[in-house]
Design a binder for this molecule. Structure first.
Ligand code: BF8
Length: 554
């Protein structure tokens, strides 16, 4: 059920973004435009579309193809055919080579519907069948959800490149009008950032837009908007007493935010009909009215500033952390191209092959109250990996937590980073005219985990091997949300060794546990590893990385 919910969330995200793209193509969402035409053209070509002439026609074709991927009863989603490599597609079509097991999905909606159906009373009672369906939903999550949402957002709002910003609750400024944009779907947040910037040209005090969770990551990656917090900090932002408006869209919004806000002057504005919180103000997002709605919300914050009670304002006197973000696939490739012009991926592969970089790890997902302290597992896991010369990429709340420990800070001393990795990072920095690059590369929100697959595919292709042969591993050490479970199934299907910090809701079945943590590896090359200790988990990930290196002869 967690996988169904997680896939539903990411598919719902992609659907909203595709619907907006369609309205842009039809000229009815005039507040939006295509900011990255190169990306739009790449998607158009990648999805195998033809016959469109203008940018608007291409946008419409992409939107229609994406929506068709969500609904079609037969046939593999175009986004999967576009983004997954050929070897994986063949593997998923015939899992163990006997022609009997395929996990290639059809459209997202029928697959999700049938998964719900299968779990109802007296339907599917075969655990193998359940597991296969979960893997299929992982693919739905990855392609109909993550890839579609992330890529279309790039086309609409621009593909991220390097930005600097600050993070911590203390980016909330007691001397400004503060707005928090929170959730995951950045359609309205993009406009709020724009309208606040317009307001600030002629007014004082200014409107200070800050981000929370993955909507925060989205506007951080594209605009360098400061980030105020992760999942666990949303209520803390409100109790600073200095937030005029918190605009929430979808997912990871704690039900108590409006209750907490009721003790202060803060207004919680929900914007999606399926994500109301009791005592909220509701302003339903309408892409055709996005400019007016964003203006209304900025003005709401401005007018509510007068209601702030200075006696209730408490913002600790702790400076926020400097960070560098914006590591889209395109940005990484461009930076590496400066190191080795014409062969950017070769530049990375060369450093993996010579051992300066032992491997690559993605540390992703939520922050959890189950961790021993705030961010304990995330930070200690990352530090162990960096010290052992593993290149770490981060997304989601894990990235936000990492920033609090200066792991996204460009420090030329590369504190805590192994010598080989530090040397490589320094070479990349110098080639790009930078003083340093951060030890962890922030690749974006959780839908931007799709970017990680793009890099993996490029590295695997360069080496001429499968993804499951690469010295890579993934970890969601403090996962909480169902979306992380769906992502984990996708990662396993890709062939990635995937650590999670807590067991999912399957431990009642020894068969399922054994299959996920062991047998599935024989079919797909990836598997789940559960351990709550970041030190043990890091050691295991390093062991896996070293074993893969040995198998490759490097
Ligand atoms: O999609 S990391 S708590 S905010 S689910 Fe949610 Fe988890 Fe944060 Fe982003 Ni991802």
């Amino acid at each position: 059920m967690e996988t169904v919910r997680g896939a539903s969330a990411h598919v719902g995200h992609a659907r909203r973004v595709a619907n907006t793209l369609k309205l842009v193509a039809e000229g009815t969402a005039s507040g939006y435009s295509i900011k990255d035409i190169t990306k739009l053209n790449a998607i158009y070509q990648g999805l195998g579309l033809s016959g469109a002439g203008s940018t608007a026609e291409k946008a419409r074709a992409i939107a229609n193809a994406t929506l068709d991927d969500l609904t079609k009863l037969e046939g593999v989603p175009k986004w999967l055919t576009y983004k997954a490599n050929r070897e994986r597609q063949a593997k998923w079509a015939d899992l163990i080579g006997d022609g009997n097991y395929s996990i290639l999905p059809a459209g997202a909606h029928p697959e999700i519907s049938e998964a719900m159906h299968s779990s109802s009373l007296g339907v599917d009672r075969d655990w193998v069948n359940y597991l296969l369906r979960s893997l299929k939903l992982g693919l739905i999550d990855g392609y109909c959800g993550l890839h579609a949402a992330s890529s279309i957002q790039d086309a609409l709002f621009g593909t991220p490149s390097l930005v600097t910003a600050k993070s911590n609750l203390t980016v909330i400024d007691p001397n400004q009008i503060n707005m928090v944009v929170h959730g995951h779907v950045p359609l309205l947040a993009e406009k709020i950032v724009e309208k606040a910037q317009e307001y600030n040209k002629t007014h004082s005090p200014k409107v200070n837009v800050v981000g929370m969770c993955c909507t925060g990551n989205e506007v951080l990656m594209r605009h360098g908007i400061n980030i105020a917090g992760s999942l666990l900090q949303q209520e803390l932002a409100i109790i600073t007493g200095a937030v005029e408006v918190m605009v929430v869209d979808l997912q990871c919004i704690y039900p108590a935010v409006a209750e907490v806000a009721s003790k202060f002057h803060t207004k919680i504005v929900s914007t999606d009909p399926i994500a109301r919180v009791s005592k909220d103000l509701h302003s339903k997002f309408d892409p055709t009215q996005a400019d007016a709605q964003a203006e209304y919300l900025v003005n709401l914050a401005v007018s509510n500033y007068a209601n702030r009670d200075p006696g209730k304002v408490f913002i600790p006197n702790i400076p926020p952390h400097d960070l560098v973000a914006g590591f889209s696939t395109e940005m990484i490739v461009a930076a590496l191209n400066k190191v080795k012009p014409g062969d950017p991926i070769g530049a990375l592969v060369g450093q993996i092959a010579n051992g300066n970089i032992r491997g690559v790890a993605a540390v992703i997902g939520c922050d959890s109250v189950r961790a021993e302290q705030y961010g304990y597992r995330i930070v200690n896991l990352i530090k162990e990996l960096l010290a052992n010369n593993v290149l770490v990429v981060v997304t989601g709340c894990a990235a936000i937590v990492a920033s609090y420990y200066d792991l996204l800070k460009a420090d030329p001393g590369y504190p805590g980073v192994g010598k080989g990795l530090a040397t490589v990072l320094d070479v990349i920095a110098k080639a790009n005219g930078l003083e340093a690059v951060p030890p962890c590369l922030h690749m974006g929100s959780c839908v931007d985990n799709s970017r990680i697959e793009e890099v993996l595919n490029a590295v695997a292709a360069n080496l001429g091997v499968r993804i499951d042969q690469l010295p890579v591993a993934a970890s969601a050490p403090e996962y909480v949300a169902e979306k992380a479970v769906a992502i984990a199934f996708w990662a396993v299907a890709l062939g990635v060794f995937t650590h999670i910090g807590d067991p999912p809701n399957v431990i009642a079945s020894t068969n399922v546990v054994n299959a996920l943590t062991d047998f599935v590896e024989m079919a797909l090359g990836g598997k789940i590893y559960v351990n709550s200790s970041p030190f043990t988990a890091a050691a295991k990930m390093l062991e896996v990385i070293e074993a893969k290196r040995r198998a490759l002869g490097i």
